[in-house]
Write a protein that binds this ligand. Structure first.
Ligand code: ADP
Ligand code: MG
Length: 259
């Protein structure tokens, strides 16, 4: 059973400390939601875990399946079974969704077996069709250039399709709900719920409680100022929905002033 263990993580961006002693452990099969106000470091955490070079780790450790994640390149992290669905997916004009996914899968096969000649096209087509059916996506999606001219909902569905195809063990979903109308939110959430299971751990990063009505988390963590300041079950999300983040600010800022 793979797990991701983040211990006392401190991360700076351009000399500013953004993560200030972040702790979290997540196992395959668990769904953890991280909720927090904007600017609190949620995307910084996601990028750091995936190995973005702009984020400087000054202290702490992250292990995945017992291995030191922080010394691995992003592609090595991916091959270990870590996946990030971006808050702002970028467009790749000229590269179709199908080709993008085939290249990603082939790179992985090649790593496992240097003599691999790549996914036979018919088998790949079959796989992609299955995954798209799972996510209720039209077949025409595969032939479009990745994220080029996609609606907000389509971009997020393309991220979930990548997740379905790469079959990670731990997936980080960074504000997969942002910019979605209620129908798109429901479709994307259904996709995630379809993939949910004992083999997949999910770190669901969100600003709003709304998505948690569709994807019920096992654990909810409130993040503020680069740290987790409170953890609980699904009910903690409802408290945030009712009371907003003011009580977090009040409590945390007061503590900062007194200490
Ligand atoms: P959240 O996702 O919780 O809204 P972020 O992690 O995106 O928060 O940002 C936290 C803080 O770090 C912000 O003040 C933001 O301006 C800063 N920051 C994040 N990434 C960068 C970057 N690549 N360059 C400069 N500042 C950054
Ligand atoms: Mg963010």
């Amino acid at each position: 059973m793979a797990d991701l263990v983040i211990t006392n993580l401190h991360v700076s961006v351009e000399g500013n400390e953004i993560l200030k002693g972040f702790n979290l452990a997540i196992k395959q099969g668990e769904v953890h939601a991280i909720m927090g106000p904007n600017g609190t470091g949620k995307s910084t955490l996601a990028y750091t875990l995936m190995g973005h070079p702009a984020y400087e780790i000054t202290k702490g450790s992250v292990t995945f399946d017992g291995k030191n994640l922080l010394e691995l390149e992003p592609d090595e992290r991916s091959r270990l079974g870590l996946f990030l669905a971006f808050q702002y997916p970028i467009a790749i004009p000229g590269v179709t969704v199908a080709n993008f996914l085939r290249v990603a899968l082939n790179a992985r096969r090649k790593q496992q077996n240097p003599d691999d000649k790549g996914f036979p096209i018919p088998a790949f087509r079959k796989l992609l069709k299955e995954k798209m059916a799972l996510l209720k996506m039209d077949n025409s999606f595969a032939g479009r250039y990745l994220n080029e001219g996609f609606s907000g909902g389509e971009k997020k569905r393309a991220e979930i399709l990548q997740m379905a195809t790469l079959e990670p063990r731990i997936a980080i979903l960074d504000e997969t709900d942002s910019g979605l109308d209620i129908d798109a939110l429901r479709i994307v959430s259904e996709g995630v719920n379809t993939l949910r299971g004992p083999e997949l751990g999910i770190l669901l990063i969100t600003h709003y409680q709304r998505i948690l009505n569709y994807i019920r988390p096992d654990f909810v963590h409130v993040m503020y100022n680069g740290q987790i300041v409170e953890s609980g079950g699904a009910e903690l999300a409802l408290k945030l929905e009712e009371e907003g983040y003011d009580w977090v600010r009040d409590r945390f800022d007061e503590k900062a002033v007194l200490s």
